[in-house]
Design a binder for this molecule. Structure first.
Ligand code: P53
Length: 477
């Protein structure tokens, strides 16, 4: 049996524009929805402030200053041997308000230069079109993705960047973790996915499905358009894959978990099969939801199936049919209960490497399309030792265990995995909490929650470890 990973396997790292770039008001960039989102902490919610308020902290304004430092950062990625680098394009750099007829040339040039720098080092850019941000104007003026106008604006934005970068960027994804907003009770998720705070709507769940319909149609349009522009482009969807296990072998738990998993599969089903599955039509009927669709939408969905599934995997959750009610916000599912067989991080994320192999098999079995692990990683508080170094063995242990399981999925189960890009390869601003202190990187950034710090970069112990992993194509773990 061949135990080696394919030689073209895409090792790399992942971030998102708003979590690293900073330069929030530079190069003609418009105000983005994340520019009015305050810093929080574990247990302290981030606040959506409509406009920038004095005396509040907004970590995304500066983030880790990648906007000015990307050349040095990319040199470090190259030193680790990255084959690819995943980031996103900030929509508000290209269309500051979102509804202009013409794009902002300075914004386009920034990404041209950054992509050129990657390519010069032989690093393939992997680009998400929408990663938890949009021009704020599209929210104040149109109500975010509730509006069909925003769909058109997004397609225009996508067309501009697909055309402009078609010879520099081959791998694209439409909406980052589109399924997070299924958890509509947490305001942050709907806000960042779509610019909509669902629990302020008269019927939050119905509204969420309407918004999703707009995004599914937008995604399918962009896939078709991208293939027209250049048939070589690979355009994927992107799902947050937190598998929901049955808490026990009680048939009710097993059936409960099956139904719970529809909160994940719905998204894969529409993106990859090009139509709404039977269970969701039944749910809409049962609840009396009227999802407005235009003539032609179904044909658009059918024609625009995504080429691959990008996925994040950090944790698994367990669900229980009876006597639950301790649901955690992250799983988003009412019946979720702590899994006694796994341990959780300080932020309550349950660590489960086998769950990655399980997830890859689940997705590959259902869709038989290539998978790309575009996020995986361990958020932790790193401490410098007396020599000023960070010995992040816990992060190495987490990544090693997950890579081992990924290899089993590829080598033993035959799952087609295109690549692996650990999240936050460069320390960045946490999405859920807006902290600097929840760190994922191989590269440390000297920046703290109170705003102090020089932005200086330094290598953690995991830096050399990951370099070896890549150099050996996953043999030396
Ligand atoms: P932070 C939940 C479950 C899995 C992934 O998160 C998730 C979430 C939260 O929505 O989000 C992804 O920084 C997301 C990134 C984010 C990363 O996880 O809160 O795509 O933007 O930074 C890690 O620790």
């Amino acid at each position: 049996m061949n135990n080696a990973l394919p030689k073209e396997f895409l090792w790399g790292g992942a971030v998102a524009a708003h979590q690293v770039e900073g330069g929030w008001d530079q190069g003609g960039k418009g105000l983005s929805i994340v520019d009015v989102l305050t810093s929080g902490a574990h247990g302290v919610e981030r606040v959506i402030t409509d406009q920038i308020e004095e005396g509040r902290r907004y970590a995304n304004h500066e983030a880790v200053d990648f906007y000015h430092r990307y050349r040095d950062d990319i040199a470090l990625f190259a030193e680790m041997g990255f084959k690819c680098f995943r980031t996103s394009i900030a929509w508000s750099r290209i269309f500051p308000q979102g509804d202009e007829a013409e794009p902002n040339e300075a914004g386009l040039r920034f990404y041209d230069d950054m992509f050129d720098e990657l390519l010069r080092h032989g690093i393939e850019p992997v680009i998400t079109l929408s990663h938890f941000e949009m021009p704020n104007h599209l929210v104040t003026q149109y109500g975010g993705w509730k509006s069909r106008t925003v769909l058109d604006c997004f397609v225009r934005f996508s067309e501009v960047v697909l055309r402009r970068y078609q010879h520099k960027v081959k791998y694209w994804m439409t909406f980052n973790e589109i399924n997070n907003q299924r958890n509509w009770k947490v305001p942050l998720f709907g806000y960042c996915c779509s610019g909509v705070i669902y629990n302020q709507e008269p019927n939050p769940e119905e509204c969420m499905y309407q918004v999703l319909h707009h995004q599914f149609v937008a995604s399918a349009k962009v896939v078709s358009l991208g293939h027209e522009i250049n048939p070589d482009l690979q355009i994927g969807c992107m799902l947050a894959m937190v598998p929901l296990y049955p808490y026990s072998c009680h048939p009710d738990d097993v059936m409960y978990a099956e139904i719970a998993m529809r909160e994940r599969f719905l998204f894969g089903d529409v993106h990859m099969r090009g139509h709404y599955p039977a269970y969701i039509r039944k749910e809409w009927q049962r609840k009396g939801y009227q999802i407005v669709m235009e003539a032609g939408d179904e044909a658009i969905l059918r024609a625009g199936c995504a080429d691959y599934i990008g996925l994040s995997y950090y944790m698994s959750n367990a669900v229980r049919a009876h006597g639950a009610g301790t649901g955690t916000a992250l799983s988003g599912f009412e019946g979720s209960v702590p899994n006694p067989h796994v341990q959780a991080s300080e932020w309550g994320w349950q660590i489960d490497p086998v769950g990655l192999r399980y997830t890859l098999n689940l997705l590959y079995g259902r869709y038989e399309k290539p998978l790309f692990i575009v996020e995986n990683g361990f958020g932790a508080r790193d401490q410098k030792d007396e020599r000023g170094e960070i010995d992040d063995d816990y992060r190495i242990a987490y990544l090693r265990a997950h890579i081992e399981q990924m290899k089993l999925a590829i080598v033993e189960d035959g799952v087609d995995v295109m690549g692996y890009t650990p999240w936050g390869c460069l320390d960045c601003v946490s999405f859920t909490t807006g902290e600097y202190s929840k760190r994922y990187g191989f590269i440390h950034v000297d920046k703290n929650d109170d705003g102090s710090g020089s932005f200086a970069r330094s290598k953690k112990r995991s830096f050399d470890w990951y370099r070896q992993v890549i150099a050996s194509n996953g043999e030396t773990l």
